[in-house]
Design a protein around this ligand. Structure first.
Ligand code: FAQ
Length: 310
């Protein structure tokens, strides 16, 4: 690259403008974006599975319609994100192959099982809540197509978070058994939700460079703290206990102190040894193989259409 292209890129980033697909960019910047956007897209697609487990067993038609709409939104988010990745010169089919071969990652959180319907509410409240904390700053990411995709995704995530909270409010106003079910789901999802933000800053090899490039705007620990501060008052209103004896208001910092997540568990799950990793990938692979005829038909149709020039 010419020195001029390099300095133009640096100026765009420094001046809070957007880098666009046809602009020159460093190879490592492109590779970092492909990595993060692909992981993010894969997470949305794999993330439909834990909730999908409850689609046929939702307790009412209303709850079923809501859950179906949420899962459809997630499919849409996956598609916007794959489209954003394609503007960087990678092929969607190749990204899917890498996911099902285990060469690319997706969020650790989707490797935990959904044992009761309260898990659907807790995923909305905590998992979508964490996703919002992490993703709102990505609306200001230096890469234009990713930043723009995040605007719409965040609006829908906010809606998902509220549906989860409303579901939990309803359960908490129910029977003693329903309240216990909510507490049990909170106990199981709290720590994995904190792990969604990634390893602690000292063990996060990508953060520094991603922050310098203004892909990430805050460190993993900063966002985790923001999530805890946002969630503690919501837990109080809901009437559940967050399973962390170290949670305490820190007057000096104006923030909540909290305990240390089990980082060895996060590393195990990222390496593929979480409770549902194998099942999630098997299901994704089967869906991909079962859909081969649809892709073939769509390609044949596109080829025919292209020849006619219409
Ligand atoms: N799970 O150096 P860092 C959703 C990997 S929300 C798995 O800190 P970075 C909505 C990391 O990739 C979930 N892997 O990495 C929804 C790296 O490995 P690599 C998706 C993780 O990139 C809700 C290594 O560890 N959201 O889907 C995790 O600077 C409900 C070292 O880590 C996004 O993807 C983890 N938790 O920071 C859907 C948001 N943490 O790639 C359905 C965009 C770290 O070098 C239902 N992504 N790793 O091989 C990001 O903000 C960042 O990529 C982080 C990680 C913060 C996740």
């Amino acid at each position: 690259a010419s020195a001029e292209a390099q300095s133009r890129f640096e100026a765009v980033v420094a001046n809070e403008q957007r880098v666009e697909p046809r602009d020159w960019m460093p190879d490592a910047y492109r590779a970092t974006l492909v990595r993060q956007i692909a992981q993010h897209a894969h997470s949305e697609i794999i993330g439909m599975q834990p909730e999908g487990n409850w689609l046929t067993r939702a307790p009412s038609l209303r709850r079923k319609a809501i859950l179906l709409a949420k899962a459809q939104d997630e499919a849409g988010h996956g598609l916007y994100l794959y489209a954003a990745a394609e503007t960087l010169g990678v092929d969607r089919a190749e990204l899917t192959e890498k996911l099902i071969d285990g060469r690319q990652k997706y969020s650790s959180i989707f490797n935990y099982p959904t044992l009761t319907f309260a898990d659907v509410g807790v995923i909305g409240w905590l998992v979508d809540g964490a996703a919002i904390c992490n993703q709102v700053p990505l609306c200001r990411c230096s890469y234009g197509p990713y930043a723009r995709a995040m605007v719409r995704i965040c609006k829908e995530e906010s809606f998902h978070q509220r549906q989860g909270y409303e579901l939990l409010m309803t359960l908490m106003a129910g029977t003693e058994g329903q309240r216990r079910m909510v507490q049990d789901a909170v106990d199981r999802w709290w720590w994995p939700s904190l792990m969604m933000f990634g390893p602690p800053d000292g063990a996060s090899p990508n953060s520094e460079r991603s922050m310098a490039w203004r892909i990430k705007r805050h460190s993993n620990d900063e966002l985790r703290q923001r999530f805890v501060d946002m969630t503690v008052p919501q837990a109080e209103i809901l009437g559940v206990t967050l399973p962390d004896p170290a949670l305490a208001w820190n007057e000096e910092r104006g923030s909540w102190d909290f305990g240390e997540p089990d980082w060895s568990e996060l590393m195990q799950v990222i390496k593929g040894q979480g409770p549902c990793n194998a099942q999630r990938i098997d299901r994704r692979r089967a869906a991909h193989e079962d859909g081969a005829w649809v892709r073939e038909a769509a390609s044949a149709y596109a080829a025919k259409h292209g020849r006619k020039g219409s």
